[in-house]
Design a protein around this ligand. Structure first.
Ligand code: N01
Length: 548
């Protein structure tokens, strides 16, 4: 495993072509993997397509981009010094602030010397005879490694729908996930935004405030709750930091990987209408999505209970938006609340009261084509527009991995293997693809949790596994197909016992035409999942096959 360990390098020397581990992706997952695995004495090289580290937070620079998990939670826990010393200015971190934090981590832990930027991994080929992966990159590197750790992200493949006429649009086009680094000034412009997921909901109020006119094209109305962002109260910060390690441990015992929200004890159906209203009002005033979904035990599993929360939010929308007709378009009625990613906003619904903002319901009046100067729906010509902003989302969870030509010598590709939907064992490995780990892959809680906690849990598991292999003299590990089949079945059964599959969400790939409809994240809760991973490891890596 450690044939490259002895090599010494200087800053100017070309990197060696053989490593113990290649990490793909320089976001929060990849950086922690590099830090953790290098500390084991392994030679590690990290490839990142962008010109800087940060992953999601490097690319998504649209106006208003901000995390919807509170800053004190959405941060690394592996270094107590780091979490004690870093000061988050606001309740929810802005994109520039989070990127600053990530860069600080890269410097503080001296990660940059093993990171190669501007390098997109294009293929990975496993040779069973030598038990090594050979990776090729877009600038033309050819490197080999015993192990690959794919930290290529769950929401890292931006997607612009294949609209007729798009290439002929004479104005500027932007995607939320590929935002120009220098920013965009929409002053005096007529702007169209397509998409009202988390990205659209965050950017729309800011673009509306700057642009001359904004037209929003909404296909699915989304539920959004007030974030109630504010400067972080120093006393609250002090109290949090005083118990930081204990809070992090407590987070491991929760379904969403976030501590501080007492688990509900009652069904929404067990209490009176009055009591429910009081509870929802309190959560609405507090802000945040976890707290709201945690109002009752069964909001995500019982339609009638869910209806009570959904109706509460619909009434709020009707109360905020002055035009009853617009309020009805904005009030979601086609999916249970929380089954698409619940958005958090600052003045989202209020924005539709501005007289420079209009809303087009493209579910009932679909976009037919982009014209040279605007956009045509079935009934109307919209525009002219100076700019169209696509807040149309990502090829989520599988896109980044499927884009790399991953294959085993003389075998099929991972993309072929996943034609009917992703298949993994614990979201960590794929049967038939030895020595390739995934950080927060499909089949793990990933996007349904506090992502950084999920990243640390996965990476720690991978690190422990590599130590075990080194100690036992194993050079190859692979997920066993029966274990993977059983896990995939379990992931589906758990999802089917909830309301999640009722929504056309990116969790099921519904935003990508032709993508198989498979529920991709594991929604059985982070705590149980973590215990399962520990049990597997403690049981001799049950379900994995290791060979010397
Ligand atoms: O993407 P989305 P996103 N015609 O897929 C619409 C994370 N995130 O970038 O719902 C017309 O959610 C699409 O309509 P529909 C977070 O996990 C976090 O906003 O498919 N419309 C939808 O309205 C989030 O869930 C943060 O019917 C089309 C929108 O585009 C995930 O990233 C911030 C269309 C896409 O919404 C993705 O969010 C931002 C078409 N052909 C993102 N195709 C925070 O932490 C798509 N749409 C706060």
């Amino acid at each position: 495993m450690s044939e490259a360990m002895q090599e010494t390098r200087t800053a100017s020397a070309p990197p060696p072509a053989h490593y113990d581990v290649i990490v793909v992706g320089g976001g929060l997952g990849g950086l922690y993997a590099l830090h953790r695995l290098r500390a084991l004495g392994l030679t590690v090289r990290l490839f990142e397509a962008g010109s800087g580290v940060g992953g999601t937070w490097f690319w998504n620079r649209y106006p208003g981009a901000r995390c919807d998990v509170e800053s004190m939670e959405y941060s690394y826990s592996f270094s107590n010094d780091l979490q004690q010393q870093w000061v988050w200015p606001e309740r929810y971190g802005t994109q520039p602030e989070i990127l600053r934090y990530i860069n600080h981590v890269a410097d503080r832990f001296d990660l940059r010397r093993d990171i190669q930027l501007n390098t997109r991994v294009t293929s990975a080929l496993f040779d069973p005879d030598v038990r090594r992966w050979t990776l090729k990159t877009e600038p033309g590197d050819v490197v080999s490694a015993r192990f690959c750790v794919m930290a290529s992200g769950n929401l890292s493949t931006p997607r612009v729908p294949d609209f007729k006429g798009l290439a002929g649009f004479r104005g500027r086009c932007y995607h939320s996930g590929l935002w120009p680094h220098e920013g965009v000034d929409f002053s005096s412009q007529r702007v169209a935004v397509i998409g009202t997921g988390s990205s659209g909901v965050q950017m729309i109020p800011l673009i509306a405030a700057q642009a001359d006119r904004l037209t929003v094209f909404q296909r699915t109305a989304n539920f959004s709750l007030p974030a109630r962002n504010a400067p972080l109260d120093p006393e609250r910060e002090r109290r949090h930091k005083e118990h930081y390690p204990a809070r992090r441990r407590a987070a491991l015992e929760t379904p969403f990987g976030i501590a501080g929200h007492p688990a509900p004890t009652q069904s929404a159906r067990q209490v009176t209408e009055q009591e429910r209203q009081r509870a929802y009002e309190a959560k609405w005033a507090e802000g945040g999505s976890i707290s709201f979904l945690y109002s009752y035990t069964d909001l995500l599993v019982d339609q009638a209970s869910n209806d009570t929360a959904a109706e509460f939010v619909r009434q709020k929308i009707r109360g905020i938006v002055h035009s009853p007709a617009i309020a009805e378009i904005l009030a979601p009625k086609d999916h249970p609340i929380g089954t698409k990613r619940l958005c958090l906003d600052t003045n989202y619904y209020e924005t539709y009261n501005r007289n420079n903002v209009s809303l087009v319901d493209v579910k009932h009046d679909p976009i037919v084509e982009i014209t040279a100067s605007g956009l045509r729906t079935a009934s109307t010509e919209h525009g002219p527009f100076d700019a169209i902003v696509f807040a149309t989302g990502f090829d989520a969870m599988t896109g980044a991995l499927r884009e790399i030509d991953i294959r085993v010598q003389d075998g099929g590709t991972l993309a072929d293997e996943w034609q009917a939907g992703p298949r993994t064992y614990l979201g960590l490995m794929m049967a038939g693809f030895p020595n390739m780990f995934v950080v927060t892959g499909p089949g793990s809680p990933s996007v349904k949790t506090q992502m950084i906690l999920a990243i640390e849990q996965h990476t720690d598991w991978i690190a422990d596994c590599l130590v075990h292999m080194r100690e036992q003299g194993f050079t190859k590990i692979e997920a066993a197909r029966p274990a993977q089949d059983a896990w995939v079945q379990h992931v589906n059964e758990v999802a089917d016992s909830t309301l999640y599959p009722l929504a056309n969400s990116w969790y099921v790939g519904a935003n990508i035409p032709g993508k198989p409809r498979v529920f991709m994240p594991y929604v059985g809760g982070f705590a149980g999942y973590n215990q399962k991973c520990d049990a597997v490891a403690n049981n001799g890596y049950e379900g994995f096959v290791m060979t010397t």
